[in-house]
Design a protein around this ligand. Structure first.
Ligand code: ZN
Length: 329
């Protein structure tokens, strides 16, 4: 088996706070013996559970990186029992470019797990995280938002899993995170996801979608910060009391939750995020971008629920995602 070329510049098991990098040799035109340097902070105090906290899996989603950068500068070893491993920008090449996918190999990190030690840059990063970091963790929190092309109601989520005990433990962690919405999530395309890899290793896994549109708001960043604290308390790593507010429980029972666009044009939303919709109701319609005198094409909800996610840019293409209709429990 090929050895993964990534090496940490800082120990992963030492007591105290250590800031460093995961260094991946990357030979290229502008730096023959250059490296991709992925920032990492490890904070440890004695024996106890390990939390792996990741952001920047997609490089255009910002609540996770912001909240984890703050955590790496504020969390003190004497506040915890166990270990916190913080990777605010796990897909550094994509993050630096402000893109969802890596500009080096074009890969979407969240479709590239479990990765390959002798693959592309993205595959090597995925392989290192999957084989060296995830096995150290008891609980994993991976931050997402909508990026430049989606916007979400702020939610934390766990997946519907075959192992019901693992599903229940992950849902309990979602409740502890306490985003304004808590989702039992169905994936439309789960092959290669970090989520799937972590879950296959039997770990408690929480993901989020905290907003989107290629930026972060004060509100969504505060949700991320509070969620981290709550999750670390829930995991028995941080002492303190959970800060809990009301959360709306949402379910995604089947693929009728998803609405996709069957024409190209300019999208006019007829309802906003959080609004109730009924089956057969148009949630948006698409005006032509190239002619007048043509009525817009409707995009219909296929079930009753609330609009939990939408497309962002004003222009939309054939096959683009239009809306997620989640069901309030
Ligand atoms: Zn994402």
């Amino acid at each position: 088996m090929t050895h993964n070329p990534i090496s940490p510049t800082t120990p992963l098991d030492a007591e105290g706070t250590h800031h460093g990098f995961l260094r991946l040799p990357h030979s290229r035109d502008d730096s023959a013996w250059g490296s991709v340097m992925i920032p990492i902070t490890v904070i440890r105090n004695g024996d106890g559970p390990t939390a792996l906290l990741t952001g920047g899996n997609h490089g255009d989603e910002y609540e996770g990186p912001l909240a984890l950068q703050a955590l790496a500068t504020t969390l003190q070893p004497d506040q915890i029992t166990g270990r916190v491993i913080i990777l605010p920008m796990m897909n550094l090449p994509a993050f630096t470019a402000g893109l969802r996918c890596s500009p080096i190999d074009g890969a979407n990190m969240n479709r590239s797990f479990p990765g390959k030690p002798d693959g592309t840059v993205t595959q090597k990063i995925c392989h290192y995280i999957a084989t060296e970091l995830v096995p150290l963790a008891d609980i994993v929190l991976d931050f997402h938002s909508g990026g430049r092309t989606l916007d979400f109601l702020p939610f934390a989520a766990a997946h519907i899993l075959d192992d019901k005990a693992q599903e229940a433990a992950s849902m309990a962690a979602v409740q502890a995170f306490n985003a304004p919405y808590s989702v039992r999530m169905l994936e439309i395309d789960n092959v290669g996801m970090f989520d799937t890899e972590v879950e296959s290793q039997g770990k408690v896994f929480v993901t989020t979608e905290l907003g989107g549109a290629g930026t972060a708001s004060a509100k969504t960043t505060a949700i991320a910060r509070k969620g981290i604290n709550n999750l670390l308390i829930h995991a028995g790593i941080l002492s303190g009391t959970l800060e809990q507010h009301q959360t709306v429980q949402l379910d995604m029972p089947d693929d009728r939750c998803f609405v996709f666009c069957e024409v190209a044009g300019v999208i006019e939303y007829l309802v906003d995020l959080g609004a109730p919709v009924t089956a057969g109701q148009p949630i948006a319609h698409i005006w032509p971008a190239d002619r007048t005198g043509v009525l817009p094409a409707p995009c219909l909800a296929a079930r009753n629920g609330i609009l939990a996610a939408r497309h962002v840019p004003g222009l939309i293409k054939l096959g683009d995602f239009v809306g997620l209709v989640a069901v309030e429990i």
